[in-house]
Design a protein around this ligand. Structure first.
Ligand code: NAD
Length: 482
């Protein structure tokens, strides 16, 4: 069967600004109910939501396939990862977010001190099209588990996938609109930024993130940004080259390269470079590309992305790079066959800018340290992979790579680990989704002290005694000055 994929034909309502505000107002009502539930009750609802998604996933998978053009198996995998995160968030919110006591310290010994993580209220989530279930779920699940209601604006290319998720929630808890979807383009996203949400979780390109941040700045609405990437994969001389090339092929070509933390640059140590390139070539050369059910990846979801791929390949070749797999002829919209470019100048757009297509640049380096240096030269800093047999080298790379996630001897290792926070540095964004940090990202932190008995030193008074000040002076010089 060939899928009828056509994002242009995916139509969905475009709400007015007033309608977006009304959705946020409904969410605020729902948040009162949801935020007042205890963790155990919320966990029950969220696990029910999880089961509902899993039980009826066939139609979600079909919707993702129709809207993005990705193979069915990829859509299935994405849904599986999303429910894994939903499960983790549901099961761990209480442990991470329940009130915890902290030691008050010497000066405040008469107080009991504690930290509370309270729901923020309503979280706006703006999502991309490349993983239209998995990516927003990294915000939805963690925001909801932290006790917030969510208004979700999916990409204009994947509105039905977004609506499917809100409908799945509504089928469980219709009167409580804890999760709603508003469809539409950037204008609707902007309205959501201006709607008075208590936090905005944005996933998308760095260029849009800057616009979102500027609008959120008007109302000092806090945001978390999951932006683009230009992830590097490093291959050490000691690496298992078969494994490195096999994972590199998946990291670079999977989902037609439309993966924020996909492999876009490979730095391979000179002495194993030829052998590595040979194996990589054999892994990607014959990939099946298209809309057929047995395709290994599909079309480019966003038509204009094809031009970016073409421009970058053209630039790389014009500046001395060599295509060892494919070339300009591989760009045959709406598909792009695999392209592997060798020895491309570091300042060319194929190395410096996000490609978001099934192309990868392989450049040789003297040693792993040079690979780390080149990887870190990017303005992006989302993820990186390193292949090495040396534990010490792996540790050094994990320490020194300027990114949010590092995978050793694999690719995208973080993706299914609910406990691991995910996010980047630099142009890849800030803040974290997933894991305990992801739950806290959607919480309002409140510190509470309760005086248990009168202070031994009367310092918080307008009538301090000379004796108490003398003891304070002694503390300062003798205890802290030790
Ligand atoms: P995009 O920036 O074009 O759009 C993202 C979302 O922002 C869409 O929902 C869009 O409608 C909305 N939007 C556009 N203009 C807006 C505005 N002015 N105000 C508010 N919202 C606005 O990104 P995309 O093409 O949908 O997705 C691809 C990008 O997303 C790539 O750069 C990719 O690396 C990145 N991405 C990052 C992650 C991550 O977790 N770091 C995950 C997936 C994708």
């Amino acid at each position: 069967m060939t899928v009828q994929h056509s994002p242009e034909r995916t139509t969905a309502p475009t709400p007015s600004d007033g309608e977006v505000h009304a959705a946020v107002a409904r969410a605020r009502d729902a948040a009162l109910w949801w935020g007042a539930l205890d963790f155990t009750d919320r966990k029950g609802w969220l696990l029910e939501f999880r089961s509902r998604i899993a039980r009826t996933s066939a139609s979600l998978i079909d919707t993702v396939r129709e809207e993005t053009g990705k193979p069915k198996d990829d859509a299935l995998l994405e849904v599986m990862l999303a429910v894994e995160h939903l499960t983790w968030a549901a099961k761990n919110a209480r442990r991470v977010l329940r009130e915890r006591s902290v030691h008050p310290g010497l000066v405040s010994i008469n107080h009991a001190a504690s930290v509370r993580y309270q729901p923020m209220g309503v979280v706006g989530v703006i999502g991309p099209w490349n993983y239209p279930v998995y990516t927003p779920m990294g915000s939805l699940a963690y925001a909801m588990a932290a006790g917030n209601a969510v208004v979700f604006k999916p990409s204009e290319l994947t509105p039905r996938t977004g609506t499917w998720l809100a409908d799945a929630w509504a089928s469980l808890a219709a009167p409580h609109q804890v999760l709603q979807t508003v469809t539409g383009d950037g204008r609707v996203g902007e309205a959501l930024c201006r709607s008075g949400v208590d936090k905005l979780a944005f996933t998308g390109s760095t260029a849009t993130a800057k616009k979102v941040m500027a609008v959120c700045a008007e109302t000092l609405t806090p945001i978390v940004v999951e932006g683009g990437g230009k992830d590097a994969l490093l291959v050490d001389a000691t690496a298992d080259l078969e494994a490195a090339a096999t994972f590199a092929a998946f990291g670079a070509m999977g989902n037609a390269g439309q993966t924020c933390a996909g492999v876009e640059r490979i730095y391979v140590v000179e002495e194993v470079a030829d052998r590595f390139v040979d194996i990589l070539t054999s892994r990607v050369r014959d990939l099946r590309v298209g809309d057929a059910d047995d395709a290994q990846y599909g079309r480019m979801t966003l038509p204009k992305q094809v031009d970016i791929v073409r421009d970058q390949v053209e630039d790389a070749l014009a500046r001395g790079g060599r295509a060892v797999v494919g070339g300009l002829e591989s760009v045959r919209a709406p598909y792009v066959d695999p392209i592997v470019l060798l020895d491309v100048p570091e300042d060319s757009s194929a190395v410096a800018e996000e490609t978001f297509g099934p192309t990868v640049v392989v450049n040789r380096v003297r040693d792993l340290d040079e690979g780390i240096e080149r990887a870190n030269a990017s303005k992006y800093g989302l993820g990186a992979s390193v292949f090495t047999a040396s534990k010490a080298a792996a540790e050094r790379a994990a320490d020194r790579l300027r990114v949010g996630v590092v995978t050793v001897n694999s690719v995208l290792g973080f993706a299914a680990v609910g406990a691991l926070p995910f996010g980047g540095v630099g142009d890849s964004g800030f803040g974290r989704i997933h894991g305990a940090d992801g739950l806290r990202e959607f919480s309002r932190v409140k510190s509470v002290t309760k005086q248990r008995f009168a202070a031994p030193l009367g310092l918080v008074t307008m009538t301090r005694k000379r004796r108490d000040v003398a003891v304070a002076r002694l503390l300062l010089t003798k205890v802290y000055g030790r």
